[in-house]
Design a binder for this molecule. Structure first.
Ligand code: PEP
Ligand code: MN
Length: 284
């Protein structure tokens, strides 16, 4: 399979499997009964990293009570420094599956290495390929052969074309359950951690049939900016959001400064619902 012509002149050819021309009606990704890409906007929320049972469980209960539909939490963490908290590993995966049993929330967690795919897929309902691994082609092929939905995050320096080609790798191995996630890109701007490219949302939805969600937490790196960008993401047509929430952000072992408190998460959800309703969608 090669490429498709596309009515949008973006200056590059759209890979065939990922192209909307292949599936004009769009793809709905089903994560253990939760549909992403349908009429509902789905909120995924939880801590950056699984730290302790208490931290995960209290945060997850608040996510559920607030209207979150899927729980996030990293067990294998890609950290800039080798001396930073690297995640609990399999212990973290076990905690995620315990709290799934209690709350009924499906869980998404990151995989960084081809050797971990089987292990992570054994616990998770959706596998996250992080920004740093968007162009890890052996990993893309491996998750492409696995029968779990994949949350593919945009590389922090990836163009839309490269992002779509990364998704094409997964599709070409037979896995069609992929959600694209805009999480901010590196620009000359230094006041924010990344520049959240919300224009990627309508562009990706036009070029591809895959659902598109937005991560306003990594997209800004700043807690107080998260609600505004989350609302904007819904307004531009995102099919969902992935938001970092922590029961005690000041004490978080990773990404505390961009994590919402449980209260802040609770306050945000009704506002998101209003935006969703304004564009004939719903949120919970
Ligand atoms: C994360 O979701 O915690 C994460 C590391 O995200 P990203 O890969 O987008 O940096
Ligand atoms: Mn994080």
């Amino acid at each position: 399979m090669g490429t498709c012509n596309n009515t949008t002149n973006v200056g590059f050819a759209i890979p065939a499997r990922v192209s909307r021309e292949t599936k004009p009606g769009g793809t709905i990704v089903n994560i253990d009964g939760i549909e992403v890409g349908g009429s509902d906007v789905v909120v995924i929320a939880g801590p950056c990293a699984v730290e302790t049972q208490e931290q995960l469980f209290e945060t997850a209960r608040a996510v559920k009570a607030g209207g979150g539909r899927i729980l996030r939490g990293g067990a294998f963490k890609p950290r800039s420094s080798p001396y930073s908290f690297q995640g609990l590993g399999e212990e973290g995966l076990k905690l995620l599956s315990l709290i799934r049993k209690e709350t009924g929330l499906p869980v998404v967690t990151e995989v960084m290495d081809t050797r971990q795919v089987e292990l992570v897929a054994g616990y998770a309902d959706m596998i996250q390929v992080g920004s740093r691994n968007m162009q890890n082609y052996p990993l893309l092929k491996e998750v492409g052969m696995c029968r779990k939905p994949v949350l593919l995050k945009r590389g922090m320096m990836a163009t839309i074309e490269e992002f779509l080609l990364a998704a094409e790798y997964i599709l070409s191995k037979g896995n069609e359950q992929i959600i694209l996630c805009e999480r901010g890109i590196r620009t000359f701007e230094t006041s924010t951690r990344n520049t959240l490219d919300l224009s990627a949302v309508p562009m990706l939805k036009r070029l591809s049939h895959l659902p598109v969600i937005v991560d306003p937490s990594h997209g800004t790196g700043i807690r107080w900016m998260v609600p505004a960008m989350a609302k904007a993401a819904v307004a531009v047509g995102a099919d969902g959001l992935i938001i970092e929430v922590h029961y005690n952000p000041e004490k978080a072992l990773s990404d505390g400064s961009q994590s919402l408190s449980l209260n802040e998460f609770n306050q945000l959800m009704p506002d998101l619902k209003k935006i969703a309703r304004a564009i004939d969608r719903d949120i919970f």
